[in-house]
Design a protein around this ligand. Sequence first.
Ligand SMILES: [Zn+2]
Length: 512
Amino acid sequence: MKDTFYITTAIDYANDKPHIGHAYEKVLTDVIARFQKARGKDVFFLTGTDEHGEKVFKAAKKKGEDPQKFVDDISERFRNLCTILSVENDDFIRTTHSRHEEANKKIVKAMHEKGDIYKGEYEGWYCVPCESYWTDKQLDEGKCPECNREVEKKKEEGYFFRLSKYEEDLLELYDQKPDFVFPESRKKELLNRIEDGLRDLCITRSAFEWGVPFPIDDDYTTYVWVDALSNYITALGYPEGDKFNKYWPANVHMIGKDITWFHAVIWPAMLMSLGVDLPETVCAHGFLNLGGEKMSKSKGNVLDPFELVEAYGTDALRYSLLSGGSIGEDSDFSEELLVKKLNNELADNLGNFVHRTLSFLNSNFDGGIPEREEFTESDEELVEETRRTVDEAGKDLEELSLNTALEKVMALSKKGNQYLNANEPWNNEGRAPNVLNVCGNLCKNISIILFPFLPDCAEKIWEQLGIDESIRSKEWEDAKDFELSDHEIGEPEPLFKKRDVQTKEEEKRSQI
Ligand SMILES: [Zn+2]
């Protein structure tokens, strides 16, 4: 097994400011990256912005802005989004940067030299927002099968990628690498679509110029998907970069389910053409249902992640995004749900356990974790439960089951509360040192396995426990250790404040 771990998000389309769906994908990816670091892997986490194409050009024009200035501004917002979410990416690739453009040209040239690009004429149904051609058969009741918008008949001369040549190889890939597309349901959709036969892909656009110049013919720009997909290797310095040699192939490409086709069909075919190794897993996450409805601008139910973080904090937003359901399925999200989880789960369970423990240590043990005597059966049970949780939550995370892993972390904190209630250290002076030693250690251990999910909260626990950088371990297996003893803690403070939902409507009303 390689000791590196390379994970990417899709690069975000720079035609509009970030919404909660972008926040969701970044947080999912960040959890996996942090967990793999805690496992001792040398992790590289890439995100970025996709800044070319007709949609971006039109959006800039509508605002009366130069497209480069327009994408500079949007891209900055996406970098800010990472910051406010405590997302710890190692690089941020922009497709308008020369390091990307130059490497992308090399990629197209190499595919051409392989004999996989030819000039031809294309006619089909074109969807402007998706920048995709569709056949009669692919249309969904006459509309675009990706976005359900109107399509227009369009004909153009251009260059084609011999995607059809790789049909057999792709089918063999899905067969031999069952984890290549995750979850399974997405793979079935692909296979159904491939059954109709793969057609060669038009990879140039002539009508407008907001793109990477097509390196084989000046009259064209490169199709935005061939430009965008290549970011995963251009960011590493392909073809000769040290990072490329070190980190490629990617372990996980995290993407939204709507772009599975591009990542699980076109991208591996491009890599096959280049003779480059294929990524391990394309993980297609579900969408967020906002109040049970699919998020859309026309419905006006698009939530702003910046406003949510400002109102409730990073931990509460990360927690509510991560606890919504399994990664491959759509999950529910709303401001009400966020507040409910903040109050009932973060404050009442996790915050309560940590604060009870630290306050008790502060007022009864002179602000320190006491030495422990022999474990009783009840102590032993909680220690064993902790070790089991570390193993099982770790296994869940390896299998990309983030929500069940988080549930297990929270269940452990609940066990901590139950243990305190059952052992009543406030009524039992003899038992108190042991019980508080176990609970102090459990707080430390919970912060280790919580760190990938809620890094800010884990930092606060470490700080209140008096565990500074010099003695802090973030290694996953160290969460099994109960050896913290005769240790001075910091100042206890509640981790979470309970909140009421205040929607914008109410805010407006209260101002009147
Ligand atoms: Zn469309």
